[in-house]
Design a protein around this ligand. Structure first.
Ligand code: AMP
Length: 604
């Protein structure tokens, strides 16, 4: 097996990347590194994100940076601010043991003055999004006259985002004779155009199949009635207890709606789309990266900046019209040698898209049946049992309690203990799915393949839409770091504990309140509790379920305090916002139809 040393990487960089866990080069690195270090040829590399392409060009860039020079020698262009920060971070990691190499990320949305100052001090490598770099060139802050190497990373994405003119303008500033490398997951005609215009006899390096979906991605298709899509999505999530994936929707509105529904139904989900502020998007992405969220509902544009390597699933809640977009989506799973699953949930009208995609990726979808309630229960049950088998026991913590527990359970034999333990975790879950009828699958004419009356389907929607008893759905305020169904039950327990912590067992005498602050305002359960605590010193007031929406929220509060809290919080401020608060059912009449639909679900 080739080593980094054999590829020509020098010892300080070897040391740095070994610390990052790079033991052996990945295929794209084996191809690109020697070409960059020895031949200086122009390269077109067809490589998806996750193949190790950043290090493929990044290691030679660092090795050949000219420490201490004032003007940049290398320029990396990429489509989004997130990718820009990530690439610059990676390059800095590779340069950990080399003095005086400065890498500057340059992107929109941050202070241009700071970037101008950094450029004045001198940098060797600029990593930039095209728009901001043009601004800096116009201000004469970025001077590209000494650049000898240009990397176009995720070139197809840059073109999708309309950066062609900016790229042309930037490359016009870089001296001829430069070495140009272009990395792209796909090879549309426009990329061929760029390579003809700006590259000299480029060598083509293909990692995986050209324009094909990643090799180790399995493509599954569920064909269902449009109205059942959401139910199918939930079943997919329940059938895959370890799911860590992105659910792609078409519009911002749909993205938010699906995320809201998932959250209400107790999943670790959140939304990512262009209506959210940049800090909000950053926060959601960070939560997803650290797996605080296991299902991210996103639009294609907003998800561009997100680079996560170990996604288990990509779910196409709606398929894109352009099969190439599907390639991008599905290419986000099955990375770095792992297997991944890309799922399409389609209705009859969308079925033709499957054929187009199959042609594009040169692979067939596997048409699969929606998991039945029983199958889901079984899967979850064995998942729990498996987890129990593998759980690490912290003897130092629990040993002191064990004698008492053993004594208390003395009268039960082993089998009985197991049965009770399993039932404890699963009764509600089993109840929920026991009631659920199977989801009907349409034939090619739109008729159900399984018989069922409309009444059945209405009842089923009602049953499953809410996962049974509302109080089982868990406290949204306490969306933990784990995704499985069993954990959602734990969250419910924690939610109850929260109420107790505030001095009150939940008796059911709670009133649902509306407040005009939501996620977009940075409002969270902590803010609510803080607000109530500071207005009601000394009192212990029970707070129940908290539902955070985009611009408003609901929460339950002990009924006897509902009026007092309304009076005390009314007209207080949260940030810039004057607080408006009231009992939810009263407010509902005055809300816009879209919103009232959401919260009429919660009315008692
Ligand atoms: P990229 O395609 O550049 O986004 O890289 C995908 C992931 O692979 C990143 O998390 C890198 O840190 C990691 N990576 C890159 N090269 C290697 C290597 N030679 N060995 C192990 N991991 C690597």
């Amino acid at each position: 097996m080739t080593t980094f040393e054999e590829l020509g990487i020098n010892p300080p960089i070897q040391r740095a990347i070994l610390e990052l866990g790079f033991e052996n080069p990945m295929p794209v690195q084996e191809e690109v590194i020697p070409l960059m270090l020895n031949k200086k040829s122009d390269i077109i590399a067809l490589a998806q994100t996750g193949t190790g392409k950043t290090a493929a060009y990044g290691l030679p860039l660092i090795q050949e940076a000219h420490p201490g020079t004032k003007l940049p020698r290398a320029l990396v262009l990429c489509p989004t601010r997130e990718l820009c920060l990530q690439i610059a971070g990676d390059l800095n990691d590779y340069a950990r043991y080399i003095d005086d190499v400065k890498v500057l990320p340059v992107y929109g949305g941050s202070s241009i003055e700071t970037q101008v100052m950094a450029l004045k001090k001198g940098v060797q490598i600029i990593v930039a999004t095209p728009g901001r770099l043009i601004d800096l060139i116009d201000r004469k802050a970025a001077k590209l006259s000494d650049v000898t190497r240009v990397i176009l990373d995720e070139a197809d994405e840059m073109l999708n985002m309309g950066f062609l003119d900016s790229i042309n303008a930037i490359l016009a500033q870089v001296p001829d004779g430069r070495n140009t490398l272009l990395f792209s997951a796909t090879m549309p005609q426009e990329i061929v155009g760029i390579s003809r215009r700006y590259m000299t006899n480029p060598l083509e390096v293909t990692i995986g199949n050209r324009n094909a979906g990643a090799e180790n991605v399995k493509h599954l298709c569920y064909t269902v009635h449009a109205k059942d899509k959401y139910l199918v999505l939930k079943r997919i999530a329940d059938f895959n207890p370890d799911i860590y994936g992105i659910v792609f929707c078409r519009t911002r509105k749909e993205t938010q709606e699906i995320a809201d529904k998932l959250i209400q139904d107790g999943y670790n989900a959140d939304s990512l789309h262009g209506d959210l502020s940049q800090p909000m998007r950053d926060m959601v992405m960070q939560k997803f990266r650290i797996r605080n969220i296991s299902l991210l509902v996103a639009t294609d544009v907003a998800a561009r900046g997100l680079d996560v390597n170990d996604l288990t699933h990509i779910i196409n809640y709606n398929l894109p019209d352009d099969p190439e977009v599907y390639t991008h989506r599905s290419g986000r799973t099955g990375r770095a040698g792992k297997t991944g699953i890309s799922i399409a949930i389609v209705n009859l009208k969308e079925k033709y898209l499957i054929k187009q995609i199959e042609k594009k990726i040169q692979k067939n979808f596997q048409h699969v049946a929606v998991p039945k309630g029983r199958e889901i229960c079984e899967k979850q049950l064995f998942y729990l049992i498996d987890k129990m088998e593998k759980v690490e026991i912290d003897h130092s913590e629990i040993d002191t309690y064990l004698p008492v527990i053993f004594k208390k359970l003395e009268w039960l034999d082993k089998e009985e203990v197991i049965k009770r333990f399993v039932s404890l975790q699963f009764n509600r879950f089993l109840d929920y799915y026991r009631q659920a009828t199977d989801i009907k699958v349409p034939d090619d004419y739109g008729n159900n393949r399984e018989e069922g009356s409309r009444r059945d389907s209405r009842r089923r929607d009602r049953d499953r839409g809410d996962r049974g008893d509302r109080s089982d759905r868990g406290d949204r305020s306490d969306r933990g770091d784990r995704s499985d169904r069993a954990d959602r039950f734990e969250r419910r327990d924690r939610s109850d504990r929260n109420s107790r912590d505030r001095g009150q067992e939940r008796s059911g005498d709670y009133t649902r309140m509306f407040i005009n602050a939501g996620k977009m305002d940075g409002f969270n359960p902590g803010s609510l509790i803080e607000m109530i605590n500071s207005s009601t010193t000394g009192k212990k007031i029970g707070i129940g379920r908290i539902d955070l929406m985009k611009t408003f929220s609901f929460f339950e509060i002990e009924s006897r305090y509902a009026q007092e809290i309304t009076r005390l919080l009314k007209n207080k401020r949260f940030g810039d916002r004057k607080i408006n608060i009231g009992i939810a059912s009263e407010r509902t009449e005055n809300e816009k139809p879209e919103k009232s639909k959401t919260y009429s679900r919660h009315k008692r």
